[in-house]
Design a protein around this ligand. Structure first.
Ligand code: GCB
Length: 664
């Protein structure tokens, strides 16, 4: 009797919880489509006859705030004088994450840190021009002062921000820049995290948690520049391209916005002279626009931008020169940028570039390396592109945030296609405030990257929790907002929610799914990979009738660990997991709508501490030091074999080593 009562109680509690869950997922939170701030300016700093660029990279002074008193520096106005006058400072490289630089535990610091340095501004800069201060990225939130005056505040890592500092600088003299950076992630930041206060051996302490696995590196991650522009300047350039007559002719449409014009827009006599040069520096097209500051350039016998291995001359770039001229033809400002001419299109089964169907062979990646963390490092970037080309990849996804502008330019040059992802990871607890920030991250990303030929798709999230009705309306708003900013590229998101529960796929143009067969599901069961991958891809396609990509698969692998027969964490296991996926992909390719495979991950990377990680996430095909694991050689054979079969590329001579003369 008593036992039965307990059972009844347990049952009714269970029904209550289930009921609440069902209620929660069937009532969508009402989300409104509110405006988000629109980014202005922010052209990548480039020198020209009207512009100078000065780098502030180097060794800065650094202070870690007391985690229990993160706002002390603001209250005590540390920005009013050199930091060293308020606190003992340590040297800190810029750009770099601060976490792995010192030998004490700065790594796990939560809250604010401070940077400052002095810099000289030449007397010549005083004359009739503007000076701008631009950060490539500070993670996560940044407050910036120049000579004690606050000039800008920016929230969101991995994206640039700038401020005009003309009036706060002292010319012909030394100046001071102070930056406060806060790495705290909360439920309404992008990405999300949680801050809790928990007891430790000394009382209470602040703990940062987050659901994604990559380490929350922080600091001034990319270069800091000062640059000058004329008073009336080219503020923005937007470029779209098109190919015509079976790719024989090309068209570049440009539109420019100008800041600081003295006359009002309507009777403005400013105009744009646009010149397009080929790689040899020959002028191939030019146009002079009227007061609308926009126009088209027609390019005969165009050399289209092609992805690596899809054409013998991939990544062909022209140089677009934009000259802003006054009514009397006086040259006011000049800005130059590289432009690749290509078309993108997609339908229910395929994605095409220049009219040719694309099969993506790529990677999910991270900006991550020893010591620097997520700090920009040109040596690492160039090494990574060498490895991408060596292995025959034609694409990567900027999992799980925007990568450096320098790497986007490099991808343009080398013909590597990019699925450009905003910093929304494991998105959950959908709220109006989060929606605003998420949209803003996409707005900033698209503003920054819209002119890159390498960017072929936007990824609006990684593994969002898309099982609820709120997710349905949330992603409908995010996807439509993205489309309103750029109609020329398709939209995807890397989804891990089972297709039976997913509410976001219908809002996408291309379905990407992440799944770890034989790793997180059916661990060690190599016999449970191929059919599961086929079945899941087929089900996604059936559910939405859209092209499908497998955007993540893989297995953690400790380089040098060999176990035969294959066993989890060994090099043999990683190779077998890959090969079972290859088999599934080849079956899927025959179906006509499966358009790409992306390994997780390009290289091993650092994670938060966890008992599932030995020194970080080891699913890399390359080690963190960028050396190949055994699987890299296998993948290289596959990627080149696909390149040969699909795009008739040449196979590198060293790819098949001599073994023996085969007798048939
Ligand atoms: C995933 C995530 C990725 C992780 C990966 C893993 O699904 O998208 O960020 O690193 O799994 O290895 O757990």
């Amino acid at each position: 009797m008593c036992r039965n009562k307990k059972l009844m109680e347990a049952f009714s509690f269970f029904s209550l919880v289930t009921g609440l869950y069902v209620l929660h997922s069937s009532i969508a939170l009402l989300l409104l489509n509110k405006e988000v701030p629109i980014t202005r300016g922010m052209l990548y700093p480039r020198e020209s006859e009207t512009r100078e660029v000065h780098s502030l990279d180097g060794i800065w002074n650094f202070v870690r705030s007391d985690p229990d008193n993160p706002t002390q520096g603001i209250r005590d106005k540390w920005f009013e004088k050199d930091l060293s006058k308020s606190q003992p400072t340590i040297p800190m490289p810029v750009p770099a994450s601060y976490n792995d630089i010192t030998t004490d535990n700065l790594r796990d610091h939560v809250g604010t840190v401070w940077y400052d340095r002095r810099f000289f501004v030449p007397r010549s800069w005083r004359t009739d021009q503007r000076v701008w201060l631009r950060f490539g990225s500070v993670h996560y939130e940044a407050y910036v002062w120049v000579n004690g005056k606050r000039v800008v505040k920016h929230e969101m890592g991995h994206l640039p921000f700038e401020a005009e500092v003309t009036d706060v600088l002292m010319y012909g003299s030394e100046n001071r820049i102070t930056v406060m950076c806060d790495n705290a992630l909360i439920q309404t930041s992008v990405p999300q995290g949680k801050i809790t206060e928990v007891p430790n051996d000394n009382g209470m302490t602040i703990v940062q948690s987050y659901t994604f696995d990559f380490f929350n590196y922080a600091g001034i991650h990319r270069s800091v520049h000062l640059y000058t522009t004329p008073k009336t300047l080219i503020e923005e350039v937007k470029v779209t391209t098109n190919l015509k007559n079976q790719n024989a002719d090309g068209e570049v449409s440009y539109s420019v916005s100008v800041k600081g014009s003295v006359v009002n827009e309507a009777d403005n006599d400013l105009h744009i002279q646009a010149n397009l040069y080929d790689k040899e520096g020959l002028l191939v097209a030019n146009a002079t626009s009227d007061g609308k500051l926009e126009g088209e350039l027609q390019v005969a016998e165009v050399k289209p931008w092609w992805p690596y291995l899809m054409h013998p001359d991939p990544g062909y770039l022209y140089q677009l020169e934009i000259k802003l001229l006054a009514a009397n033809e006086e040259l006011l400002d000049v800005y130059r940028l590289k432009v690749g001419l290509r078309t993108l299109s997609w339908d229910q089964t395929q994605f095409l570039i220049n009219g040719k169907s694309v099969y993506f062979r790529g990677f999910g990646r991270h900006e991550d390396s020893d010591i620097r963390g997520k700090g920009l490092d040109n040596a690492l970037m160039v090494r990574d592109f060498n490895l991408l080309k060596w292995i025959g990849a034609n694409a990567y996804r900027t999992s799980h945030y925007p990568y450096s502008e320098e790497s986007m330019q490099f991808a343009d040059e080398h013909g590597i296609m990019i699925i450009d992802e905003c910093p929304s990871v494991d998105t959950e607890n959908f709220s109006q405030e989060l929606l605003g920030k998420h949209k803003s991250s996409l707005e900033q990303l698209i503003h920054r990257d819209r002119n890159h030929p390498s960017v072929v798709m936007w990824s609006i999230a990684n593994e969002p929790r898309t099982g609820s009705l709120t997710a349905d309306s949330y992603f409908s708003l995010v996807a439509n907002f993205t489309r309103s900013l750029d109609k020329t590229r398709p939209i995807t998101a890397a989804i891990a929610t089972p297709y039976t529960k997913d509410q976001a796929g219908r809002h996408l143009d291309i379905i990407s799914f992440n799944r770890y067969n034989a790793w997180y599901t059916n661990t060690g069961r190599l016999d449970m990979v191929t059919q599961n991958v086929i079945d899941e891809a087929v089900a996604w396609n059936k559910a939405y009738q859209k092209p499908v990509i497998m955007s993540e698969y893989g297995a953690d692998t400790l380089e040098g660990l060999h176990i035969q027969p294959a066993y989890v964490w060994s090099e043999e296991f990683q190779m077998e997991v890959f090969s079972r996926h290859f088999k599934a992909f080849d079956e899927l390719r025959k179906k006509g709508w499966f358009i790409g495979e992306f390994v997780w991950n390009f290289a091993d990377f650092k994670t938060a501490q966890s008992y599932t990680r030995v020194g970080g996430n080891k699913k890399g095909v390359f080690t963190r030091a960028r050396q190949p694991k055994a699987v890299a050689h296998l993948l290289r054979k596959r990627y080149f074999a696909l390149g040969r079969d699909l795009d008739q590329c040449n196979i590198p001579e060293d790819i098949f080593i001599y073994i023996a003369e085969w007798k048939s």
